[in-house]
Design a protein around this ligand. Structure first.
Ligand code: PGA
Length: 252
């Protein structure tokens, strides 16, 4: 079994003053027994300072998105290599908010995940159906397609693929809503994603962490993280305060 991974996504939240929460999280992790690896994805403006503030601690730092190209005339964009240089070791790609508001396609998400792997970052490839797709019984087809079309092709057949990519199953209707799928629905989606990973990567697909994300909080974390094939979580709102986030990390 791979080590569970619990990652906080601050989205467009966080100013210098909030670096204290990141530091508090690192201090709590040093005191509390836990089994998971923990990471924080602050806005890009804080990555370098957070990396400095948390140097020598076990908290991983990540970006929330990256561009598919390494450099060039792409105003406002940030490349995976730039994130890595700033101190990131993770990057979220294909988050449902970007798929919805920036019209990101599987093709683009794959290019971003590939750029991340090339820069030495661990991409957290987000997949998940929207509410209409869930209602139409299409959830499992949607996540299978997103995994197979989003995985970096260079990882197919790689024996170490399990350490070079992870998936986050985040049903769009559960993100930011306080709606949570049933444990059966989570397990069904994760089993489907596992099958797609093995199909797409080969045997190393069994080693890939599949995170669950969408309205995880300290009250539901233990049950969700204990479900079959759940190898961690991606946390939005409940990752802002160290005192709350630590309870989720320690729920594994
Ligand atoms: P939430 O967000 O925990 O606030 O629902 C999850 C996410 O967007 O990853």
């Amino acid at each position: 079994m791979t080590t569970p991974l619990i990652v906080g996504n601050w989205k467009m939240n966080g100013l210098s003053a909030d670096l204290g929460e990141a530091r508090a999280l690192a201090d709590l992790l040093a005191q509390r027994p836990h089994h998971a690896r923990a990471g924080l994805c602050p806005p890009a403006t804080l990555i370098e300072r957070m990396a400095r503030a948390l140097a020598g601690t076990e908290v991983l730092i990540g970006g929330q998105d990256c561009h598919a190209e390494a450099f060039g005339a792409f105003t406002g964009e940030i490349s995976a290599e730039m994130l890595a240089e700033a101190g990131a070791s993770l990057v979220i790609v294909g988050h449902s908010e970007r798929r919805a508001t920036h019209r990101e396609t599987d093709r683009l998400v794959r290019a971003k995940a590939t750029a991340a792997v090339e820069a030495g970052l661990l991409p957290i490839l987000c997949v998940g159906e929207n509410f209409a797709q869930r209602q139409a019984n299409l959830a499992l087809d949607v996540v299978t397609g997103q995994v197979l079309h989003g995985l970096p092709q260079m990882l197919a057949g790689a024996a170490d693929a399990g350490e070079r990519v992870c998936i986050a199953y985040e049903p769009a209707w559960a993100v930011g809503t306080d709606l949570v799928p049933t444990i059966d629905q989570i397990q069904e989606a994760h089993a489907t994603i596992r099958a797609a990973l093995v199909h797409g990567l080969g045997p190393a697909g069994r080693d890939v962490n599949i995170l669950y994300g969408g309205s995880v909080n300290p009250h539901n974390a233990r049950e969700i993280l204990g479900a079959a094939e759940v190898g961690g979580a991606l946390i939005g709102r409940a990752s802002h305060k160290a005192a709350e986030f630590i309870e989720i990390i320690c729920a594994v």
